[in-house]
Design a binder for this molecule. Structure first.
Ligand SMILES: [Zn+2]
Length: 364
């Protein structure tokens, strides 16, 4: 598997280099043109390539083409060269319906690789292609399966019609608490995540005291990589629970259009924000709202949600260090994030204060 991943990386990096060079000399490269050239003129020069699955290099070109397409559409940065041990992965397929892939139970058959075992038992699936990737020293299988359309929303409690107010929730995303809802519910950054991040700092410190490249260094860096994986898994799990809870239980969700890239230039906040995964938060809410029939309202990023008094509309400057809103006009005293969340809930057109979502249980 490491050989196949290395093959995929070699080809991807070759393609990327060729793409940049041919672009510089005035040509218009495509993944297909490069693949043809590679098949006819490059691959024959490297006998070791013919000992590995040819699917690997075909998918390397497909992935390269996709990476450029995402870049041209403005969805991603310019493709980067792949590094060894860094997101090692490769893709194999069933050879166009030959059913070379068998997934089910604890043992699975992969084309070219043979039988592999997983820790987790899997149902029997008919799989067209499978991507094998390495994370922190362990190998993972990932694949897509086809399922019949999900039943319509009857299985979920019907959402109240929009505009009644009680279904509308304002969500303030923050750094101290991940999310504060206009209902008063607060979703702190999960404890296991905070512990893991603390421990990560310690392990990284240990690693740096070892001689680079030594066996002890490798051992320490594997521990760091494993903990990184754990942090990512906790975060992904937490975000999914939070976004599902929001989309399933509210007819309208008002969220601030956070200028994440702009905020990332503020170095003090950068780390904490990247950790919360705001971009991912919004992406999940978008598709889950569609799934559960609720509406996502994105509030203009210049709307001063933290500066306004949610009770009387007074506006004042609120530096980030100011955790509580004190209104000089009406005397309201309220947590800064809650005040912002209530303001957001009011922008969605229903006018009223969002407060009646009691039926929903916290997912966490
Ligand atoms: Zn006020």
């Amino acid at each position: 598997m490491a050989q196949h991943a290395g093959y995929g990386r070699w080809v991807y990096n070759w393609g990327l280099r060729m793409w940049m060079e041919s672009y510089r000399s005035g040509l218009k490269p495509t993944a297909n043109k490069l693949k043809k050239f590679f098949t006819n003129h490059v691959k024959p020069k490297y006998p070791w390539m013919s000992e590995l699955s040819s699917k690997v290099y075909q998918y390397a070109f497909i992935n390269l083409g996709d990476a450029y397409e995402r870049f041209f559409k403005g969805l991603a940065e310019y493709p980067k060269f792949k590094k060894k041990y860094h997101h090692d992965s490769f893709t194999l397929d069933d050879g166009g319906g030959e059913r070379l892939i068998k997934i089910g139970g604890y043992k699975h058959k992969l084309p070219f690789i043979g039988w592999v075992e997983t820790w987790e038992e899997l149902p029997e699936y008919q799989v067209k292609k499978v991507t094998i990737s390495r994370q922190a020293g362990d190998w993972y299988l990932s694949f897509a399966i086809e399922l019949p359309d999900a039943p319509p929303t009857e299985t979920h409690p019907p959402n109240p019609p929009p505009g009644r107010g009680e279904g509308t929730v304002g969500v303030d995303l923050g750094v101290l608490a991940l999310a504060t809802l206009s209902t008063g519910q607060v979703f702190p950054n999960p404890k296991p995540l905070r512990f893991a991040i603390k421990k990560l700092g310690r392990l990284q410190h240990d690693m740096l005291r070892k001689v680079t490249g030594s066996n002890n260094y490798k051992k320490a860096s594997l521990l760091v990589a494993r903990l990184h994986r754990r942090v990512a898994n906790i975060r992904a799990d937490y975000l999914h629970k939070l976004t599902t809870f929001l989309a399933k239980n509210h007819s309208q969700i008002a969220l601030e259009d956070l200028n994440v890239s702009g905020m990332l230039s503020n170095h003090k906040l950068a780390r904490a924000i990247a950790d919360c995964g705001f971009g991912e938060f919004r992406r999940q809410l978008e598709y889950k709202c569609q799934r559960y029939g609720s509406e996502l309202v994105i509030v203009d990023r210049y709307y001063p949600s933290s500066q306004l008094c949610s009770n009387c509309g007074h506006q004042q400057k609120m530096p980030l260090s100011e955790r509580v809103y004190h209104c000089p006009d009406c005397g309201m005293i309220l947590d800064r994030d809650l005040n912002a969340a209530i303001n957001l809930s009011k922008t969605s057109g229903s006018g009223g204060l969002a407060c009646g979502v009691g039926a929903a249980d916290s997912p966490l």
